[in-house]
Design a binder for this molecule. Structure first.
Ligand code: PLP
Length: 428
């Protein structure tokens, strides 16, 4: 699916090319099922022997076209859309791990992912060791076990805004014969290309910048085609030995290094667990992606100006944004995301929890929402909303200071955003 076009062109053109007289815009194939002339013709599809569609839980032309576009943007060989980012991360891990297996994950990942790995996967017999993303090489090495099947991290952690040293984590994973999975939601393929740094599989919550308009919840899994399953056949029997539920097909043999992971993910996990996106949602996601290359630079430009404004404001105590030269992750950001990171900034105000609540009450343009990473500027004060049951001491222990405000900078006019922030700071 890789081609020689630039990212901007692929945002618009990749995934769907109309033939003579066909619609310019990818059609929404809003049909659960597909008609065949003979049952033998349909049987070949069930046996994975022919290409085509028979039931939208497994595959649909609209969702496939959008997946192909994201694969092209990441430089991957195959991709699968899912109904949410949570489903994408679950499928990516469960495609490789079974009861009795183990994975390693960065401790600062998104709360939903942390809970999935620490609680729900544990109930399925899969253990996770969480490592500090800034741990030493020795500590990372020591986290591996004989039954470790993968390493997982976020290119930019949501909401901690920590930049992962992808190359270092990829080297460690490969030294132990397992792949690195990177959740690339926050930078998007416009700003970070994890496959170039050794990541093997990329996931997305397409709900964020890829959609970009607060319109659809969705996810995506992309395979680089770079991990050699056969070279580690004993670790990954699901890919390298016959699947009895599919007439004995061995995915790594039949579909090769570039196709095995996604085909297995679709044929087994989508078939049995069914986290399928609606074709209509895939269509809306595609419209979002068409302008991703125009939106991301504006998000980063606006966020940089907001971060600089906040840093110089007397009522602000600290600002976390990797685009600021003094930030702990500035160098890693320069290496992995030279064009910018994302639009999310976090900061604290003088006066702690009470002052933060006064600040929030003074905002007009910046709207209070739990969401991040879309065109509209939105803001959250965890201590008075998502984490309100916690005391100040408990908040600090959870890595969320009582004064922390998370601001997702949108693509409105920067002067209007700054004026709103300025007025709300005066309100304290
Ligand atoms: C939002 C998010 C998710 C979860 O995605 P949903 O689409 O809400 O299910 C996973 N990872 C990251 C980094 C996120 O920001």
């Amino acid at each position: 699916m890789s081609n020689n076009w630039h990212l901007e062109t692929n945002c618009i053109q990749a995934g769907y090319t109309p033939k003579n007289g066909e619609p310019r815009m990818m059609p929404i194939v809003q049909s659960t099922t597909f008609k065949y002339d003979t049952s033998a013709g349909m049987g070949a599809l069930f046996d994975l022997e022919a290409d085509g569609y028979f039931y939208t839980r497994l595959a649909n032309p609209t969702t496939d076209a959008v997946a192909a576009k994201i694969a092209a943007l990441e430089g991957g060989t195959a991709a699968l859309l899912t109904s949410s980012g949570q489903a994408a991360n679950f499928f990516a891990v469960f495609n490789l791990c079974s009861a009795g297996d183990h994975l390693i994950c960065s401790s600062t990942v998104y709360g939903g992912t942390f809970n999935l790995f620490a609680v729900t996967l544990k109930r399925m017999g899969i253990e996770c060791t969480f490592v500090d993303p800034d741990c030493s090489d020795e500590e990372l090495d020591a986290a591996f076990q004989p039954n470790t099947k993968l390493v997982f991290g976020e290119s930019i952690a949501n909401p901690a805004l920590i930049i992962l040293d992808i190359e270092r984590f990829a080297k460690a994973a490969h030294a132990h014969g397992v792949p690195l999975i990177i959740d690339n939601t926050f930078p998007t393929p416009m700003n970070c290309k994890p496959f170039q740094w050794g990541a093997d599989i990329v996931t997305h919550s397409t709900t964020k910048y890829l959609d970009g308009h607060d319109a659809t919840v969705g996810g995506c899994i992309v395979d680089s085609g770079n991990f050699d399953w056969m070279a580690h056949a004993d670790k990954f029997p699901g890919l390298t030995t016959p699947d009895e539920s599919y007439h004995g097909v061995t995915y790594a043999e039949r579909f090769g290094q570039g196709g095995a992971f996604i085909t297995k993910c679709c044929a087994q996990l989508m078939r049995d667990l069914g986290c399928t996106p609606a074709p209509m949602n895939a269509y809306l996601l595609n419209m979002g992606i068409e302008t991703l290359h125009v939106r991301m630079p504006r998000h980063c430009e606006n966020a940089q100006k907001v971060a600089e404004f906040l840093q110089s404001h007397e009522k602000v105590t600290w600002v976390n944004y990797a685009g600021l030269p003094g930030n702990k992750y500035h160098e890693l950001a320069q290496k992995y995301m030279p064009n910018g990171t994302c639009g999310v900034v976090s900061f604290g105000v003088k006066g702690g929890r009470a002052a933060a609540e006064q600040f929030m009450a003074g905002l007009k343009l910046c709207m209070i929402a739990t969401h991040v990473a879309d065109a509209h500027t939105c803001v959250l004060h965890p201590a008075s909303s998502t984490h309100r049951q916690m005391t100040d001491a408990e908040l600090v222990a959870a890595g969320v200071s009582p004064d922390l405000i998370r601001l997702s900078v949108g693509i409105e006019n920067i002067d209007d955003i700054l004026a709103d922030l300025s007025a709300a700071l005066e309100n304290i």
